[in-house]
Design a protein around this ligand. Structure first.
Ligand SMILES: NC(=O)C1=CN([C@@H]2O[C@H](COP(=O)(O)OP(=O)(O)OC[C@H]3O[C@@H](n4cnc5c(N)ncnc54)[C@H](OP(=O)(O)O)[C@@H]3O)[C@@H](O)[C@H]2O)C=CC1
Ligand SMILES: O=C(O)C1=N[C@H](C(=O)O)C[C@H](O)C1
Length: 255
């Protein structure tokens, strides 16, 4: 029996790619939801997320942060494991997702590309080795002109990895985002963010550690968003039959 995977936001950039990648992975598309646009040919459109959960063994949601709370709660109510890829969630949204994950298995990841998840692990190790009093951590990301949230979820995940490597949290370290005008000198130990938007850039992230006499930087570039879709389908297949809990892509990848 192939795994029946439901796709929220089937008409979106990610939704359409997911509809291609699910059958490639040997699973079947149980149906999709949409808010505007049209579904790819042959895919059943369900009236709402609850109906999608009812028709699916696992659901993948790359829609919008604004849906995360209700979709996670519905997944928990219906007992349908959820792969959540939307970015731009608030801390409150994330807490609600974690609450739902007490009742159903959820994979929530800022980025489903394997290389990015390795990058996150390396970032934490770099930060642990480079003293914050000497090495300023700055994160620069660039995405396509249609992206609606900033900094990207991946940039925030990188910031969290740096903070974890330094034995603190992003909030406690201090965020410097979108500097403009007379913003004052950089705070020691803070983590800086800059977001660029333009064209059709799929996703680029650079982490810089800048000290007085040296810089070290690491960059990841995605050239095709299919890398996110294959990762999300892999997560969906891994999730089927899992115990309730909040999982990340590093669990799926066994990192
Ligand atoms: N974690 C990861 O690896 C990745 C995460 N993302 C994230 O995934 C999300 C989607 O990205 P992308 O595909 O580029 O965006 P798109 O805007 O192309 O697609 C989102 C789709 O979801 C639809 N939608 C929104 N709300 C609902 C709803 N309640 N029910 C049904 N459909 C809905 C939108 O409809 P409408 O057009 O009417 O708004 C749109 O068609 C973003 O948050 C993005 O940052 C993207 C790539 C990788
Ligand atoms: O919106 C996108 O496109 C992407 N969003 C994710 C993010 O916010 O980090 C992942 C990837 O960078 C593409």
């Amino acid at each position: 029996m192939t795994t029946r995977i439901g796709i929220a936001g089937i008409a979106g950039r990610m939704g359409r790619l997911l509809a291609e990648e699910v059958p490639t992975a040997g699973a079947s598309v149980a149906g999709g939801t949409l808010r505007s646009g049209t579904a790819p040919a042959g895919i059943q459109v369900l009236p709402d997320f609850g109906a999608l959960c009812g028709a699916s063994e696992v659901v993948i949601d790359f829609t919008h942060a604004g849906n995360a709370r209700t979709h996670a709660a519905t997944a928990a109510e219906t007992g349908t494991p959820l792969v959540l890829g939307s970015s731009g969630l608030s801390l409150e949204d994330e807490a609600a997702v974690a609450e739902a994950a007490k009742r159903v298995a959820i994979v929530y990841a800022a980025n489903f590309a394997p290389g990015v998840n390795l990058f996150l692990a390396i970032a934490e190790r770099m930060a642990a080795a480079l003293p914050p009093e000497q090495y300023d951590a700055e994160i620069v990301e660039m995405h396509h002109r249609q992206k609606v949230d900033a900094p990207s979820g991946t940039a925030i995940a990188l910031g969290r990895a740096v903070a974890a490597g330094r034995g603190t949290t992003l909030e406690a370290a201090g965020i410097e985002s979108g500097r403009d005008g007379h913003c004052g000198a950089r705070g020691t130990g803070t983590i800086g963010f800059a977001a660029l938007r333009g064209g059709q850039v799929v996703g680029e992230h650079t982490l810089v550690f800048a000290a007085g006499s040296e810089h070290i930087s690491l960059t990841h570039k995605s050239f095709d968003r299919r890398v996110y879709a294959t990762g999300a389908v892999r997560a969906a297949l891994w999730l089927k039959g899992r115990a309730p809990g909040l999982y990340g892509m590093k669990d799926v990848l066994g990192m």
